[in-house]
Design a binder for this molecule. Sequence first.
Ligand code: DX5
Ligand code: ZN
Length: 234
Amino acid sequence: MSFDRSIKIAPSILSADFADFGREIQAIEAQGADWVHVDVMDGHSVPNLTFGPPAGKAFRPHVKTVMDVHLMIAPVDPYIAAFAEAGADIITAHLEAGPHIHRTLQAIRDAEPKAGLALNPGTPVEAAAPLLDLCDLVCVMTVNPGFGGQKFIETQLAQIVRLREMIGDRPIHIEVDGGVDPTTAPRVAAAGADVLVAGSAVFRGGSVTNSDDYGLNIQSIRDAASNSVQANAA
Ligand code: DX5
Ligand code: ZN
């Protein structure tokens, strides 16, 4: 995976049909998804429960792009090897998951997926400064994690701008997760994000048998984001 700061759309399968993940993943990729975002929740770090490593392993053969695994779990370290073996290309852990996030990021790199660091809305991005050289991606949460379909937290835009300045030329993606749709996408892209996670705004109105809407939704998020990046560069 070579580094590329162009806009990437990462649909979250949290908004997919839970009885049909294989076909849902195939459908979003056929309709233009750049990455597939997998939200892992433990019912403890966040008030919801989703997938363990066996689910990730079952998704893997369907994912032809990038399997982007967002761990909202604590502790994290005991599960890194299992998610790496399940085929995650990127494993993202939360800074808030425990006192040893530095060790966690090292452990992800040792297990060989790319390493991501996620920050909840209550965490200042400056907390990521000592960790950036261990990161391939920083995920700025623009909702409080746990559920799809929540309202975008506007004050996070300033945090994305600050993070973009902190990163400078380093090959680190800025991912934004929560409430991304064609209205908020231009603002997060202009602030400096390049990976846009979107759940409800991608899956809205479509299904595996009617997946054209997924494509239209992905395209409208991408167009809105790309236009704002071009307008900013001009
Ligand atoms: C939130 C998850 C997100 C979520 C995004 O806890 O990490 O990935 O599914 O969903 P939307 O795009 O609907 O806000
Ligand atoms: Zn997520």
